[in-house]
Design a protein around this ligand. Structure first.
Ligand SMILES: *[C@@H]1O[C@H](CO)[C@@H](O)[C@H](O)[C@H]1NC(C)=O
Ligand SMILES: *[C@@H]1O[C@H](CO)[C@@H](O)[C@H](O)[C@H]1NC(C)=O
Length: 299
């Protein structure tokens, strides 16, 4: 390359980095495409507690004294972008938990979790997130949401690539778990395909105010509603160690390898204003914050 061309290339690279850092849009995941439930999902258990509306464009999970229920993707995926529009159980939802998560199906499993812990009427839901790698979790974070999640549908999404797992609520990043495997030795979900799951069940032994508030069955059935069902992942057999198109898909391209500056500002804002619990700051559990915490900007 001639020196002039090299300088021009460097200048363009600098502009690209600046755009990626400040552009915002450059790093937002692709817009999800709404599809009917049946395209990507099937019931997992208690099929009779799942109600279909509008040909499966909307699905309602019912929890009553006899059962909760759940559904899962048809396929397993290694990396991709997954989102769901959810309207959580309204009114008195204390004791109930609604979950949306990815999980591999083996014993040393990887898992990426959204769990919504219900509450008494008018009291705030808690959103708990967690990341398991190689069977080890213990990375809980809990936040309040900045809206009432029972009034409207809101979107909850995961972007998972070779470089990071990012959690989004309505496009606001609420958590990032970077691939710190090479330099910090933290296991990363990398070679175990995952399915997506969702479920609604009774967890009044722990969910609300640490289990002190019990489910009031007089208010059953409890109903959580879903739309969207977006799955854009690399489908792989459950035993596969890598994805056929690994590294070549849109979610692995440079602009999706990290959050940009605007997204990190939003993440810091969520941390500051809505955090209830963060394992990285739990001195009783971890005398020193786990190694990934600084990298993930959780401390
Ligand atoms: C991401 O994780 C994989 C599997 O642990 C590892 O081989 C790779 O080097 C990691 N990349 C980084 C940037 O740490
Ligand atoms: C339920 O409401 C109480 C009182 O406002 C609050 O302390 C708690 O964090 C809320 N959420 C859950 C899931 O317990």
């Amino acid at each position: 390359m001639a020196p002039g061309a090299a300088a021009a290339a460097v200048a363009m690279a600098v502009v690209a980095v600046l755009l990626a850092a400040e552009g915002g849009l450059a790093a937002a995941p692709r817009k999800p495409v709404d599809v009917p439930f049946q395209k990507n999902y099937v019931p997992t258990w208690a099929e009779d507690h799942i109600h279909y509306v509008d040909g499966g464009r909307e699905v309602q999970l019912y929890l009553d004294r006899s059962s909760g229920t759940g559904f899962q993707t048809r396929g397993s995926y290694l990396f991709g972008h997954f989102s769901m529009h959810i309207k959580l159980v309204a009114g008195d939802s204390a004791g109930t938990v609604t979950a949306f998560y990815l999980s591999s199906q083996n014993s040393e499993h990887d898992e990426i979790d959204f769990e919504f812990l219900g509450n008494r009427t008018g009291q705030p839901y808690i959103l708990q997130t967690n990341v398991f790698t190689g069977g080890k979790g213990d990375r809980e974070q809990r936040i309040y949401l900045w809206f009432d999640p029972t009034k409207e549908y809101h979107s909850y999404a995961v972007l998972w690539n070779l470089y990071m797992v990012a959690f989004f609520v309505d496009d606001v990043p609420i958590r990032v778990f970077k691939n710190s495997s090479a330099d910090l030795g933290v296991r990363y979900p990398f070679s175990q395909p995952m399915k997506l799951y969702s479920s609604l069940w009774n967890a009044d032994d722990w969910a609300t105010r640490g289990g002190r508030e019990k489910t009031d069955w007089a208010n059953a059935p409890f109903v959580a509603s879903y739309r969207g069902f977006h799955v854009d992942g690399c489908e792989a057999s459950a035993e596969a160690r890598y994805c056929a198109t690994q590294g070549a898909r849109w979610w692995d391209q440079p602009e999706f390898r990290d959050l940009d500056a605007a997204q990190y500002r939003k993440l810091a804002d969520v941390r500051r204003r809505y955090t209830i619990y963060n394992y990285c700051a739990d001195k009783d559990r971890y005398a020193a914050a786990p190694p990934e915490c600084a990298r993930d900007r959780d401390v």
